[in-house]
Design a protein around this ligand. Structure first.
Ligand SMILES: Nc1nc2c(ncn2[C@@H]2O[C@H](COP(=O)(O)OP(=O)(O)OP(=O)(O)O)[C@@H](O)[C@H]2O)c(=O)[nH]1
Ligand SMILES: [Mg+2]
Length: 497
């Protein structure tokens, strides 16, 4: 039971199908090996939600609970009830106050819930203490999000990243669960001679910690290897001078839908949180014939567990390497600016310590100086550092958004583009804006292309703009605007004009 298997698939649920979101009773996210030692076995079937409201308006506190409910449902559980307590700060002992905890116990009894989910990150001691009162399993928002990620990860890299994040979450929680530990003989280890333990004086918990650390180190190495492979792919892409446009935004904002609307492709769209976990790239052609690559990324959420940001850092770095960021916002959300803030927080996190390191600067094309950024390229809050590519804020779902909210957003973010991926409204304008930004460093030239070089003509169309075309005996005369790399290749063909 307490064996740690060496396989790297810890913490992954064998979900039959992604579409069967409602969890089958009994099929739980039991994390197969490490779990048995120290991770709560997540059996999120019938849950009661509880939150502590410390700041913001009552409507914001409500919205946070609605989101927690959506997260719980995404994880496959049935939400039976929810309660919020107004406090200056969470109770250090039991998260909610002791009176409220007793009340929660009654709600649990009345509803027949088997799990309580807290809307925050609780210390191991708080989880244990609250569990003692309510007498069912208690998990926090972090564990819930990790659980969803574990269910949704499909690629080898994604799975490794989630497993790493889960182990990081578990590691400090090993000690907190002393009681269940002693049930597994960990506590008695010292006195009974340490049967099955590795070394004299090494307790079960230490053995487990060491094994988890070893596996984490192995996972980190593997993830690094996968990143190298991706970097090579990206380098090949940048050689082809196809601009990379990364789509970021809050989960369920419509990022995948927007890619579909812009490229006519079929990226997975779901009215579910974290539908997209693995970055998906789609080639798109702007109306002037220029090609770009759109990369869909994992959605962000308020309080995205730091373990996840850390584990997904290599994937998220795609974002910093892009030529342009489209920051997609659900304009129909009650508090779109809160979403914008949450996304900016994560972006700053990626960018911050460890984000741009010496080892990835080398394969990273520096964005041209931001002073050259057209004024309509909005940095959502103006605080983005120079390491981030230029950004266009895209307010999506205008077809169902409250006109009043939209008017406020227009005032607050004059550079934003307003679109509906569903109806196609504003998509043309968005594509124009993308073209402006990706083409802003283009060089204007007049060239004569020999008739034998039809390949160059198609590349000019794919990578730049053709302003005029003419023919003479020696070839095609073109006035073009092209990226500097292509301009370099055309040097020999330049004619005055
Ligand atoms: N009414 C309306 N619904 C939209 C629009 N764009 C997307 N949606 C819906 O919003 C939901 C989420 O869309 P997705 O494209 O999957 O969102 P996402 O941002 O990729 O979500 P994750 O990958 O889960 O983070 C789906 O139900 C879409 O049909 C829009 O412009 N209008
Ligand atoms: Mg998506």
């Amino acid at each position: 039971m307490t064996d740690l298997h060496p396989s790297p698939t810890t913490g992954e649920l064998q979900l039959d199908e992604r579409s069967s979101l409602q969890r089958v009773a009994g099929l739980s996210t039991e994390l197969t090996d490490v779990t048995e030692v120290e991770y709560r076995q997540l059996r999120l079937e019938r849950v009661v939600l509880v939150g502590v409201w410390t700041e913001g308006s009552s409507a914001q506190a409500q919205a946070s609970m609605v989101e927690l409910a959506a997260l719980a449902e995404t994880a496959g559980s049935q939400v039976l009830d929810g309660m919020i307590q107004r406090r200056d700060r969470p109770d250090p002992a039991t998260y909610i106050g002791s009176g409220k905890a007793t009340e929660l116990r009654e709600v649990v009894l009345a509803t027949g819930a088997d799990t309580v989910i807290c809307d925050g990150e609780l210390s191991p001691a708080q989880l244990t203490a609250l569990e003692k009162v309510v007498k069912v399993k208690v998990i926090d928002r972090t564990a819930l999000i990790l659980d969803i990620f574990a269910q949704h990860a499909t690629s080898r890299e994604g799975k490794a990243q989630v497993a790493l994040a889960q182990m990081e979450y578990m590691l400090p929680r090993l000690r907190g669960w002393g009681e269940s530990m002693s049930r597994q003989a960990g506590g008695r280890a010292g006195s009974n001679g340490g049967v099955g333990l590795r070394g004299p004086g090494e307790t079960k918990i230490e053995t487990d910690r060491r094994r988890i650390r070893e596996r984490m180190a192995k996972l980190r190495r593997e993830i690094r290897g996968m990143k190298t492979a991706r970097t090579v792919k990206r380098t090949q892409r940048s050689d082809a001078a196809v601009p990379a446009v990364a789509i970021v935004g809050y989960t369920n904002a419509g990022k995948s839908s927007l890619i579909n609307a812009m490229t006519g492709s079929g990226v997975l769209v779901q009215n579910a949180l974290f539908a997209t976990l693995d970055p998906t790239s789609r080639r798109g052609v702007l109306d002037d014939g220029r090609e770009v690559v759109f990369t869909d990324t994992v959605g962000f959420v308020r309080h995205l567990p730091t373990q996840l940001v850390e584990a997904f850092r290599s994937t998220l770095e795609e974002v910093t390497a892009a030529d342009l960021l489209l920051h997609v916002v659900d304009g129909s959300d009650e508090f779109p600016t809160d979403q914008i803030d949450a996304v900016n927080t994560v972006l700053r996190d990626i960018e911050g310590d460890g984000g741009i390191t010496a080892d990835n600067v080398t394969d990273w094309t520096a964005p041209t100086d931001l002073a050259g950024t057209p004024p309509d390229v909005a940095s959502a809050d103006g605080s983005r550092g120079a390491a981030m590519p230029p950004e266009i804020l895209v307010i999506n779902k205008i077809d169902k958004a409250d006109p009043l909210v939209l008017a406020q957003l227009r005032g607050a973010f004059p550079g934003a583009v307003f679109v509906s991926a569903a109806t196609g409204a504003g998509i043309g304008e968005l594509l124009d804006r993308i073209r402006e930004v990706v083409g802003r460093d283009d060089i204007e030239l007049s060239v004569r292309i020999p008739f034998s070089r039809g390949d160059l003509v198609s590349r000019i169309h794919a990578q730049g703009d053709v302003l005029s075309t003419d023919h003479d005996a020696a070839g095609t005369l073109m006035r073009v605007k092209v990226p500097s790399a292509l301009a370099g290749e055309l040097t020999d063909l330049v004619v005055s004009g």
